[in-house]
Each structure stands twice: as C-alpha cells, then as structure tokens.
Design a protein around this ligand. Structure first.
Ligand code: V4E
Length: 212
C-alpha cells in the first residue's frame, strides 16, 4: 500500500530566545539539496501540488480539501506522497495527461510530462524533537539567505488533525512564539526574489497568503 501521511506545520521566525530554549534539547544537523519541478505554465504549483527531489527521493505534497478554518490561520497541512508510482499517477492526473499510464523508469516521466526544475537550493537543517509534545522542530537555513523555523507533526491519513494543531500550539507556547502572523516558507521567498512572475501567478490563486 502507499505510504501517505499528512504533515501539519507552522512556520516561525526563530529569535535568540527561542533558540536558547531549543538548545536545551539535543539536536542534529543535516544538509540537503532540493529540486522542485513544474511545467512551464505552472500546472502543478498553481494547483498547490509541490513535486520535489531531495537526496535522490521524490516527494509530492498535495493540498487537502479545505478543512478547519483554524488550520489555515497559522498552519498548513499537506498530504505527502513518497511512492514513485503513486506520484506519477497523481501528477498525470493533475496535469490531465492523456498519455499511457504505464510506469516509466528513471527520469523519463519528467521529460514526458514536460516537467522542468524551476527552483533548487541547499538547506542546512537543525532538528529538535520535543518529546513531551510529540512535535519536531526544524530550523532551516537556505543557501539563498533565508532562515525559517517550523513546528511539524505527521499524522496518518484520516487521523484527527485537531490534536496535531493542539500539539503545535502547545509547543509554540513553550518556545515563546507569540506572533500570530503566517510566516512564508523557503519556496515563497525564493519565488518572490528570483521568479516574480511565478510568484505573482501563485499569489493570484492564494489571495489570503501574507506577503513576506
Ligand atoms: C507546501 C509548499 C511548498 C513546498 C515546500 O514545503 P515546505 O514544507 O515549506 O518545505 P520543507 O523544506 O520544510 O519540506 P519538509 O522537509 O518539511 O518536507 S512551497 C509552497 N508551499 C505552500 C505553502 C503554503 N500554502 N503556505 C505557506 C505559509 N508556505 C507554503
């Protein structure tokens, strides 16, 4: 069966105060390079699908039907698909590709579907696990000069998203996060800086999103 999980997360800007709190727990650091793919007319991202390759593995983040208004306030949630055959199926569906549905090997499917890498960057990530709240906190430093934190909870499909929100809220309070503004992720800043046409097209589909 396909491994599908739902990621609920809240981004934040990490202050020295929050960093001090996090550094009381053991953290680990890693580095990765992400490549994001879309068609020339933004067939995936304008529908809020995010296709990415990281360390040789593919992942598709898929939007979920609008749920609790509470989720949209400060957090985002996406279904994450990591099974390649399932990713190909979903991408073909989103792009309304008429071609044969046979699973193609290697990177042939990328060319076939006219997908191109539109953004790539390297991130240094420090991760902390707050065990008592069952959340993970990541501090990301992207190589194009943007740092952002995120509190995230993975829930399995169909599980209660509200309890995830409560965990995130509890962790946010512990970390002294008082802001109630939605903080943009790395990709939004990247698009805003380097691909303003793409960014503007996205903003037209998401009028509620905060500008950076
Ligand atoms: C979902 C999304 C994008 C894809 C990147 O997602 P993100 O979780 O920010 O990346 P990262 O590196 O933390 O992935 P992880 O390691 O957790 O798998 S790019 C834009 N979006 C949509 C989006 C949104 N709807 N709202 C906000 C505030 N940011 C991004």
């Amino acid at each position: 069966s396909f491994q599908m999980s739902v990621e609920v997360e809240r981004k934040f800007i990490c202050t020295d105060e929050t960093l001090r709190i996090l550094e009381q727990t053991a953290g680990e650091q890693r580095e990765f390079h992400d490549q994001y793919f879309d068609t020339a007319d933004f067939g995936l991202t304008l529908q809020d699908f995010w296709l990415r390759k990281r360390k040789g593995s593919w992942e598709l983040k898929c939007p979920m039907s609008r749920g609790q208004a509470k989720v949209e306030a400060l957090c985002t949630r996406y279904r994450e698909i990591t099974d390649l055959a399932e990713i190909q199926l979903r991408v073909r569906e989103v792009l309304k590709d008429e071609g044969d549905e046979s699973e193609t090997q290697d990177e042939m499917w990328i060319n076939e579907l006219n997908l191109k890498c539109f953004a790539e960057f390297t991130t240094i990530r420090r991760s902390f696990t707050l065990k008592e709240d069952a959340v993970q906190v990541d501090l990301d430093q992207a190589d194009f000069g943007y740092s952002v934190g995120e509190i995230e909870v993975l829930v399995s499909e169909g599980r209660d998203v509200l309890s995830a929100l409560e965990k995130i809220e509890k962790a946010a309070q512990k970390l002294g996060l008082t802001g109630n503004q939605k903080i943009p992720g790395k990709m939004y800043i990247y698009l805003q800086r380097y691909l303003p046409k793409h960014y503007d097209a996205l903003m037209k589909t998401k009028p509620g999103l905060n500008k950076a």
